[in-house]
Structures are given as C-alpha cells and as structure tokens.
Design a protein around this ligand. Structure first.
Ligand SMILES: Nc1ncnc2c1ncn2[C@@H]1O[C@H](COP(=O)(O)OP(=O)(O)OP(=O)(O)O)[C@@H](O)[C@H]1O
Ligand SMILES: [Mn+2]
Length: 520
C-alpha cells in the first residue's frame, strides 16, 4: 500500500473550488397581528389572551415553515447553479423535474448496495501528522512505517485541490465515485486552470502534452488533429488512424454512463497554442517544431513515432486550438501500475491474423491462464470489450491495473483516442471476447438493457452528458450519426448475449444477488 505524506498542502492559502454562494433572502408577510385581528372579532379578556397566544404560535410556526422551505429551495437552486457552472452549461429535457440522465443515475442499477471499502481498498493513504509539538520541524522526513496512520484523509478535505481529492478517492473498485461532488470540481479545474507548463509526454506513439497547473496539478492533453466529424478513411488500418480529442472526451462520458468509472475524467477545452504552449514550454524539442502556416495559423508537430512532422501539423486558428484534457493518475512512483497485454490484442499487421481470429475456442485457452483462470478478470475484460465495441475502438492492445491491488481490481480504460472514428459501420471483431467466452456480469447486462429502453436511450443519455462539456458550446462532441451508432451497437451487444444464452448454460455472472427488479 502506498503511503504518501502531503506536506505542501499547508501552502494552499486559497482552496480551489471555493464558491461564494449567493445570499438570498426570502421575505413573507403574514398579517395575523392580534391587535389588529382581535378588536375586529370583539373577544373577552381570557379569550383575547388565548387568541394572542394561539396566533403568536401559529404565525411563528407558519413563518418558520416558510423560512425553512425558502432556505431549502435556496440551497437547491444554489447547488444546481454551482454544479452547472462547474461542468459547463449542461442542459437536458426535463420530465417530472429531472432530466433523462439524472433519472438514469437515480435508477437502482446505478445505486446498488456495495460493501464498505476497507483500508487496503484505497490506492493512497496519507501520513497522519504527528501530535503537534512532538516534531522539531514539519519538514523533517519521518520514513518509518510505524509513524503512519492507517486512515486515509477523506476526499472532503477542503484544503486539497481537486486533482488530489481525485487521487485520494481511487479505490480497488473504481477510479472515482460518480456521486463524489469533487468530480465536478475536478472537471472545472481541468477546464479553467491557467496552463503554467507544457512539455511533450513520453510513451505512446502520437503527440500529446503533459500540462501543469497551479498547486501541482497535471493533465494529459491531446490536441484536435482533424475535424470532429471526419469519418476515418476506410483505407486506413486501425493502427494508422489519427487520434481524436473528442473521442477521449466521449469515452469518459460513455464509460461513466455504463457505470464502470474506469476512465480518468476528461474535459474539452480551447487553449491558446502561443501563450499556453509555445511561450511557456521548457521543452526545446517541442518548441523547435512551431511554425506559422501559410494562412497565418500557429502550428506545431512535436516529436513522436507517428504523425509528428510538418505534413501533419496541429494548428491553432490562428492561436486557438481544441484539446482534450485528462486528469493524470497518481505518479508511478506513488502508485505503480501494471500493463497487461490483451489476450484479444490485434496483430497490428496488414497481413497477419492474431490467434483469437483463427481459433473459435480461443477463450477456453485464455480461461485456463492466470489471471483469467479465477476472479473477475475475464468479466472485466468483457466489460472493456463492450465499451470498445460501442465506441468502435480497435486499439485496445494493452490495459493497466494498479499494482497494489493485485488481481482483484478494475481495469483502467486508458487511451481512447482511436474510438469514434466511424459511425457508418460496426466492427464485430471488437466483441469477440464476449462472443467466444459467452460470459457477462449481470450488473453490466442489466444496465445495457436499461440503456436500450426508450426512456433511458443510450444516445439520449450520451447527448445530454456530453452537453456538459465546455467544448459542447463550440459544436456537439459527437455528431448525431455517432450517437445513433451507439444505439445500433447496443442492440448488437444484446443480440450476442441472447445468442450465447441459446447455447451456453452459464452466461450471466450474478454479481447483484439481491437485485430482482428485472427478469434476466
Ligand atoms: N490519465 C493518465 N494519467 C497517467 N498516465 C496516463 C494517462 N493516460 C495515459 N497515460 C499513460 O500514458 C501512456 C501513453 O498514453 P496513450 O496510450 O493515451 O498515448 P498513445 O500515444 O495513444 O499511445 P499508443 O500509441 O500506445 O496508443 C499510456 O500507456 C499510459 O500509461
Ligand atoms: Mn492511442
């Protein structure tokens, strides 16, 4: 288990995300004053006394009731405003006061009871400060394990910047809790913080930047390389496809809608390539690649394996560029990750076939090998295949897990830049793990069925969810054909499960014992 001491948090004089809630006063006049009402009623003295006591009590009660309601309403209004300002101008059609997306997340399938997380289910724990006065200096290193408290700081610690609260909320079960109010603050932080540093991020094949913000926050930035609506050229192999910034954003929303919570939060943002990259970067290799295009736009191409050349520049208009900004996971030195080669990895060749393409019984081989031979790893892999099929991501060659959780943990769905390339066709081979293994979590299947109903339709939920991204103000993050492809593909997933049930006994893994609201 990783133990991490946060010394620098004392320097955070201005907690990020602090909100000055608007002050509202509700004034209601109820005319029940006894001196006005009693003479009109011509009452005797004892009656008058009773009347005074009664009317004072009643008016106090009414006043209290109205004030309470008023305060409650004020709070509700403020919370909604707060949420809306954080996540952009997200709006959806309201039915019974709730949008489809709100309705969906209220559904019992998105609020299943879960066992309480134990100490070793959290990725990071922070060292508790020694009793004040015990220490000569706050800055002294105290590395012995004895001094560490087993309790993690809660994510409600207001002095922590949102990125840190995100790190502290990572568990064995999921990357974030959908209901954690910090999520909105984190996306707001990523979308609005001034970029203080930008260098090229090593690893991977295409150009991406590591940007840094105030208070040690960092994010992974992927630039827009082609117009949002461009369908991938049919003659390009999946491994030659350009990455798409909007695919990174949409993948985060889709993963959350499926109830997985396995993709680090991603937001869209407009950056100024001159002031927020060129002028501040310390990366000489990167700054050398800047140029002004013939039409006067500021462009750069960086250094990487694919498409880092002046023939494939990333260009501002003339300075403004759309990018995706993903929250960074904790540093590898604090939370090492293990990278796993996917058993259904593609051949990454124009001519060769992978083993799973040649052997229909390939899953039987996989099921015999650890970590797929026991636990939930195979089910996690199938969840990932469903996500990838829905967004048509053929590039899932590896996946990662947090080392500290061993084999009993979720899979990180990192790198979704090659998803949402084509809406006009589906890629059945992405679903092969489900088709060959005929196994799926019941919770996943029930949520997929829910999302196929008209009242919760996946495309509608995605449209509404994506509206919350700041870049939705520029243009929809996913075009309508991409959204309807989601519904078409969802129906295809359900058909594969049905076909499995026709010839397999144990297709559904029941991970929701107590849930009986829908028949299987
Ligand atoms: N949010 C994140 N936080 C920390 N590390 C990340 C994050 N996203 C990705 N990475 C790491 O950076 C590496 C490269 O990122 P990514 O896979 O998105 O780049 P890529 O150029 O698309 O790679 P590839 O060519 O392999 O598809 C990943 O393997 C992963 O380990
Ligand atoms: Mn990639």
């Amino acid at each position: 288990m990783v133990v991490w001491e946060l010394r620098w948090h004392h320097n955070l004089r201005n907690p990020i995300g602090f909100c000055e809630r608007s002050q509202r006063v509700l004034t209601v006049t109820v005319n029940t004053h006894p001196h006005i009402v009693a003479p009109m009623l011509k009452l005797s003295k004892p009656m008058m006394f009773t009347f005074v006591v009664l009317s004072v009590t009643i008016s106090t009660c009414i006043g209290w009731f109205i004030m309470t309601c008023g305060n409650f309403l004020t709070l509700m209004v403020d919370a909604t405003e707060w949420e809306n300002t954080l996540i952009g101008a997200g709006k959806g059609q309201k039915v019974n006061g709730r949008t489809k997306l709100e309705e969906l997340f209220e559904h019992p399938l998105y609020n299943l009871p879960r066992p309480e997380l134990q100490d070793d289910d959290w990725l990071l724990r922070v060292k508790k400060k020694e009793h004040s006065g015990d220490r000569g200096s706050e800055e002294e290193e105290g590395e012995d394990e004895e001094g560490y408290d087993k309790m993690s700081w809660t994510s409600a610690m207001e002095t922590h910047p949102p990125w840190l609260r995100f790190h502290l909320g990572i568990s064995r079960r999921e990357l974030y809790d959908r209901k954690d109010p910090n999520l909105a603050q984190l996306t707001h932080y990523l979308a609005t913080q001034r970029v203080l540093g930008a260098v090229q991020k090593e690893g991977g094949t295409q150009l991406k930047l590591l940007v840094s913000f105030q208070n040690h926050g960092q994010a992974l930035l992927k630039p827009m390389k082609q117009s949002r609506d461009a369908e991938t050229d049919g003659n390009l192999f999946y491994f030659s496809d350009f990455e798409r910034h909007n695919a990174e954003i949409a993948a985060f929303h889709l993963d959350r809608l499926l109830g997985f919570n396995r993709i680090p939060p991603v937001v869209g943002r407009l950056i100024n390539v001159t002031s927020e990259v060129r002028e501040i970067t310390t990366d000489k290799k990167l700054s050398r690649t800047f140029f002004t295009s013939p039409v006067g736009n500021v462009c750069f191409y960086g250094q990487c394996e694919y498409y880092c050349s002046s023939e494939h520049p990333v260009c501002g208009r003339p300075h403004q560029l759309e990018v995706s900004v993903a929250a960074m996971l904790p540093d590898l030195s604090l939370a090492p990750r293990r990278s796993w080669r996917s058993p259904w990895r593609r051949a990454y060749s124009r001519t060769k076939l992978a083993a799973w393409e040649k052997d229909p019984a390939y899953c039987d081989t996989v099921k015999q090998r650890p970590p797929y031979s026991h636990g939930t790893r195979l089910l996690d892999l199938i969840d990932m295949a469903v996500l990838d099929f829905l967004m048509s991501n053929m590039d899932r060659h590896h996946y990662e897990t947090f080392e500290t959780f061993g084999n009993e943990t979720f899979l990180l769905h990192l790198d979704n830049g090659r998803a949402f390339g084509r809406h006009s066709r589906d890629e059945p081979s992405i679903l092969v793990p489900l088709q060959q293994c005929c196994r799926i979590r019941r919770s996943t299947l029930l949520r997929l069925r829910l999302l196929s109903l008209p009242s919760f339709r996946l495309s509608d939920a995605m449209r509404e969810s994506l509206l919350r991204d700041p870049l939705a103000a520029v243009a929809p993050l996913l075009s309508e054909p991409h959204l309807s492809a989601l519904d078409r593909r969802l129906a295809a997933v359900l058909r594969v499960v049905e076909a499995c049930q026709g010839h397999h006994a144990e297709v559904i893994h029941n991970d929701v014992e107590g849930y009986d609201q829908q028949p299987d």
